[in-house]
Design a binder for this molecule. Structure first.
Ligand code: ADP
Ligand code: MG
Length: 240
């Protein structure tokens, strides 16, 4: 079974982002509030004597942990919402992919993943190199994480009309159809706490959107996933 999702509506994405952040911050705040209330109540009732050895410390530690959680969520939000990209330049797709692949080389080997590159010659896009690296790294990481052990990943880049199509194709576990619409939402993750932030694809989406491109995901459960990124190609005789 084949499913397809296209992300085209930036406003909707921003709305979901706000909802996601509100939700994520609400939980730790509720905990901070409950602990503080309880702490004060007991303090008012019996002063410090009603706390057993180390108990007050446990309260404060719990509160601090939740505050740290909020800080981390906000930091990630700021990363995602980061406004204009930095310096744009003509980036060679070939070099970009090679760079990312060498970063991931160890992980790929360790997991027994066979990687194939099919990159057309002379493909270039006008972009902030660091942002493009972030996109590719996120997509490749997702592909690696989708493969339990042994599998294949192919990174393909071709010119298609006025666009460059970069595909990351994996033979991983695939995405259930009901999740396909959610994967670009900030904080949507199916990975265990501490492993997934659910921000990877939403960051990719923001970057690609800003570059005038788009992303398409196709997935078959149990077979694998293809994530395609489309970006405007360098035109012949264009002055960039
Ligand atoms: P994270 O990787 O932190 O969970 P992402 O935004 O990168 O967050 O991805 C969101 C979710 O989309 C993942 O948790 C996973 O369920 C799904 N996903 C993304 N890429 C793939 C892939 N290549 N194969 C299978 N599932 C994927
Ligand atoms: Mg990810």
């Amino acid at each position: 079974m084949e499913a397809l999702v296209r992300q085209t509506d930036k406003l909707a994405a921003v709305g979901r982002l706000a909802a996601g952040v509100a939700h994520e911050i609400n939980n730790p705040l509720a905990i901070v509030s409950a602990y503080t209330e309880d702490f004060l109540e007991r303090l008012e009732e019996g002063g410090t004597t009603c706390f057993k050895e180390g108990e007050w410390k446990a309260y404060l530690t719990a509160v601090l942990r939740q505050v740290a959680r909020c800080t981390s969520i906000i930091r990630k939000l700021l990363d995602f919402a980061r406004p204009a990209p930095g310096l744009r330049e003509w980036v060679k797709i070939n070099e970009l992919v090679q760079g990312i692949v060498s970063l991931m080389d160890y992980t790929l080997k360790k997991k027994g993943i066979e990687l194939t590159l099919k990159i057309e010659e002379d493909l270039e896009v006008y972009a902030d190199r660091l942002q493009l690296e972030q996109v590719l790294l996120n997509l490749l990481t997702n592909a690696v994480e989708a493969i339990e052990k042994e599998g294949k990943i192919c990174i393909k880049a071709i010119k298609k009309g006025q666009e460059i199509e970069i595909s990351v194709i994996d033979t991983g576990k695939g995405i259930p159809p009901e999740n396909l619409e959610k994967i670009f939402e900030p904080f949507f993750t199916t990975k265990p706490v501490g492993q997934g932030t659910g921000l990877g694809l939403s960051i990719c989406y923001g970057i690609i959107q800003e570059l005038g491109g788009r992303m398409v995901v196709e997935s078959s459960l149990g077979q694998g996933t293809t994530v395609k990124v489309y970006l405007p190609a360098r035109q012949r005789g264009g002055n960039g």
